[in-house]
Ligand binder design. Structure first.
Ligand code: DC
Length: 246
């Protein structure tokens, strides 16, 4: 049987990646790999260890970077993060840190910014690389994040770069908060999303960037279903190509 592809989806915050990845994985019967959840879990562990305060992404903060790297390495070494497929979860995954269910805790707004910060640390990215590749080792995975098509799975034959206007992305995030019973000001969210994009795109290592061979999809004003149709069709076309003639 030919190896199933790894679908690589990258894009800025709020472009709809996680919703689309979740549904696409269900349609294709693929494993869902939300790599943002991994960085969020490291951010949560770092915050709990008191390591996140005062980390300015623009300043030289080698000390805390080294400590956060050591923390991430230790977590990776003991296989401390587990992602269980769970369609009942809003993001399609139950995330555990050393056995504790942190699926809700990692979605707090502070963890969005925290994840963006820890993800700029080279050692943190390295420590999560093996985990991401081992989850995808047999193919049949929908992987979403910022560097799926460029760094983690450069050989993927099904790459997408999903984007949308800042307005649309901030509004999508706001609705997610409303669903969780939180009412956060749209302007506040917009500022937050813009700052995170800037941090994620301007960092030195594995910045948010469209791979040359990634299909660009702008989700502004488009329904999730339409986008899913388009993406599923592209992936199935690739799978058809991969099959050896019988
Ligand atoms: O997709 P998300 O909002 O859950 O991601 C949280 C942060 O993690 C994001 O701001 C940048 C970082 N991240 C990353 O650097 N690389 C990835 N592959 C996924 C997420």
């Amino acid at each position: 049987m030919p190896r199933l592809p790894i679908v690589a989806i990258d894009g800025p915050a709020g472009a709809g990646k996680s919703t689309i990845a979740k549904h696409l994985a269900a349609r294709l019967n693929f494993i869902l790999l939300d790599t943002g959840a991994l960085y969020r879990t490291i951010a949560l562990a770092a915050a709990r260890a008191g390591l996140l305060e005062g980390i300015d992404p623009n300043s030289d903060h080698e000390d805390s970077s080294a400590t956060i790297t050591a923390l991430a390495e230790a977590i990776a070494e003991r296989n401390g993060i587990s992602l269980e497929q769970d369609p009942e979860q809003p993001k399609g995954l139950r995330v555990r840190l050393d056995g504790e269910d942190v699926s809700g805790a990692i979605r707090a707004p502070e963890m969005s910014m925290g994840a963006s910060r820890v993800s700029a640390i080279a050692g943190v990215r390295e420590s999560l690389m093996n985990l991401q590749r081992s989850i995808a080792k047999n193919g049949g995975v929908v992987a979403e994040g910022r560097d799926m098509g460029t760094v983690v799975f450069p050989d993927s034959v099904a790459k997408f770069f999903l984007t949308a206007s800042l307005e649309a992305r901030a509004e999508r995030r706001r609705l997610e908060f409303v669903e969780r019973g939180e009412d956060i000001d749209l302007e506040e969210i917009k500022k937050n999303v813009a700052q995170r994009d800037k941090q994620d795109s301007e960092r030195a290592i594995a910045p948010l960037k469209r791979a040359n061979d990634a299909a660009l999809i702008d989700s502004t004003g488009r329904s999730i279903d339409h986008i899913l149709e388009e993406m599923e069709e592209r992936v199935r076309a690739v799978m058809g190509h991969d099959e050896s003639p019988s």
